[in-house]
Design a protein around this ligand. Structure first.
Ligand code: NAD
Length: 469
């Protein structure tokens, strides 16, 4: 096992201070995150503001070259950071988890370095020539969640730096150590002040988002916090990209092959043990194949190993924190009390550790049941029976959450017809949750606004200007 202790020592709070961070699987203390003060935060923002003009003046080519250099540095220490991430977040090393997350960081950096936002001539009629160009916004606040702390951090940081902004990062108080380490590795390459990190509780996030010198907030987290950030932006008029909560529906159409889709359905729902914004969180299955889909999913669930993430055999891990564990547990208990049928799982897996909850499939639930209507963000999936495709579409659209959705069926035209009626930022066909650095990603309705990735993602961290000649 490669050792992350030298990397951690660079960022840890001095002995006797800071916030203790625990191994999500064992509860053991793995390190102490600094608790940055308001003065630390002000200093980081002042440094970012000071560094921004020179960073912008470097130009796209040099900034892109530095992003590529950072990607190489991350690759070089990916294994020790993955070990730390696995302990802090809980996700196993193997499967679409910790090593995968580190790989996504460097590949997103490389893709962002290669993406070009060209100026656009919007009028050229012989009389007027107007060109639309994009400039950096200034200082970007990057505020992130605990589920994919590194990958989501890079999604916010890479385009911001690429466009000539400087960045102050606020990691989740549940997973600060791996983000602190990642930023420290990035800072081996970047000029001083361009990228800094402030660690601490929710109040640090609130102070950062409302600071008068913040020009843009890239936020990924809950809808409730997103609303607080919108209110804060009344003060500093910061531009916002809000990637908020999801409750993605999947619709399995008549004629789908249960055995063939079960694996992709399972990982669509349970990637990162269900703690993923755009995971499949409500599954609507046509009456004609309902029981076959339920049984096929049960087969996958019961043959997929869960346990301590450092064990190479495991691909499912614990719930990251007690608060989330209690949400999952409450929703499953409520579903049982309402007559939901537990197909597998259904009560805590205490034999594995305090925060382990097994993959739980609950059949025979309905719209309106809390496990269906609320975001569980963990290893429990409600499976709802339907008989009329239009009613399944109405069910999928009945919530305010609208990040992603998916359609599973054999007929391309029918899949597309259904997809076009779904209210969601992304609709996947015969898959769920797949993201790509060139495909714009973002929610609608209660899942937020603004786009990340690709050229649209670069526009989100820029301000437009018209040059009218
Ligand atoms: P959260 O909103 O509780 O916390 C996110 C971050 O916001 C943390 O760093 C926190 O300290 C900070 N924060 C808290 N209060 C703040 C305030 N008033 N102002 C500014 N920052 C503040 O979310 P979480 O529990 O860490 O993450 C889980 C949620 O995130 C789920 O709802 C999930 O669906 C969502 N999520 C969405 C996406 C997406 O791309 N749409 C991706 C991942 C997670």
């Amino acid at each position: 096992m490669s050792d992350y202790s030298a990397l951690l020592a660079r960022v840890e709070a001095p002995e006797g201070s800071g916030r203790e961070i625990h191994d999500a699987a064992t509860g053991e203390v793995i390190g102490r995150a600094p608790e940055h003060t308001a003065a630390d935060l002000d200093a980081a923002i002042a440094a970012a503001k000071k560094a921004q003009p020179a960073w912008n003046a470097l130009g796209h080519e040099k900034r892109s070259a530095l992003l590529l250099e950072i990607a190489d540095r991350i690759d070089a220490v990916a294994e020790p950071i993955a070990q730390l991430l696995s302990r802090e977040q809980g996700k196993p090393l193997n499967g679409p988890n910790a090593r995968f997350e580190l790989g996504a960081c460097s590949s997103w950096l490389r893709a962002t370095a290669a993406t070009v936002l060209e100026p656009e001539v919007v009028v050229d009629d012989g009389d007027v020539r107007a060109e639309l160009i994009y400039k950096p916004v200034g200082v970007v606040a990057a505020i992130g969640p605990w589920n994919w702390p590194l990958m989501i951090g890079i999604w916010q940081i890479a385009p911001s730096l690429r466009m000539g902004n400087t960045v102050v990062v606020k990691p989740s108080e549940f997973t600060p150590l791996s983000v602190l380490v990642l930023v420290s590795v990035m800072n081996e390459v970047l000029p001083a002040g361009v990228l800094s990190v402030v660690s601490g509780g929710r109040e640090v996030g609130a102070r950062l988002a409302s600071h008068p010198d913040i020009d843009k907030v890239m936020f990924t987290g809950s809808t409730a916090t997103g609303r607080a950030i919108i209110e804060a932006s009344a003060g500093n008029l910061a531009r916002l990209t809000l990637e908020l909560g999801g409750n993605d529906a999947g619709i399995v159409l008549p004629g789908a092959d249960p055995a063939a889709i079960a694996g992709d359905l399972f990982w669509g729902a349970f990637i990162n043990t269900g703690q993923t914004c755009a995971a499949l969180k409500r599954l609507y299955v046509h009456d004609s194949i309902y029981e076959e889909v339920v049984q096929a999913l049960k087969g996958v669930a019961e043959s997929t190993p869960m346990g301590n993430g450092l064990d190479e055999n495991n691909v499912l891990g614990p719930v990251q924190n007690r608060k989330q564990f209690d949400i999952v547990s409450r929703l499953v208990e409520d579903a049982k009390a309402r007559g939901g049928r537990i197909v597998t799982g259904g009560s805590p897996a205490t034999e594995l550790g305090e925060l382990f909850y097994p993959i739980t499939l609950v059949a025979d639930l309905n719209d309106g049941d809390p496990l269906v209507d609320e975001e569980q963000f963990g290893p429990a999936l409600p499976i709802i029976r339907y008989s009329d495709v239009d009613s399944a579409i109405a069910s999928a659209n009945h919530l305010d959450a609208a990040l992603g959705a998916s359609v599973w069926g054999p007929d391309a035209d029918e899949n597309r017809r259904v997809a076009l009626q779904l209210e969601a930022g992304t609709v996947w066909i015969n898959k769920h949750g797949v993201v790509h650095p060139m495909m714009p990603f973002g929610g609608v309705k209660g899942s937020g606004y603004g786009l990340e990735f690709g050229v649209e993602g670069l526009k989100s961290v820029a301000v437009p200007q018209i040059i009218n000649t």
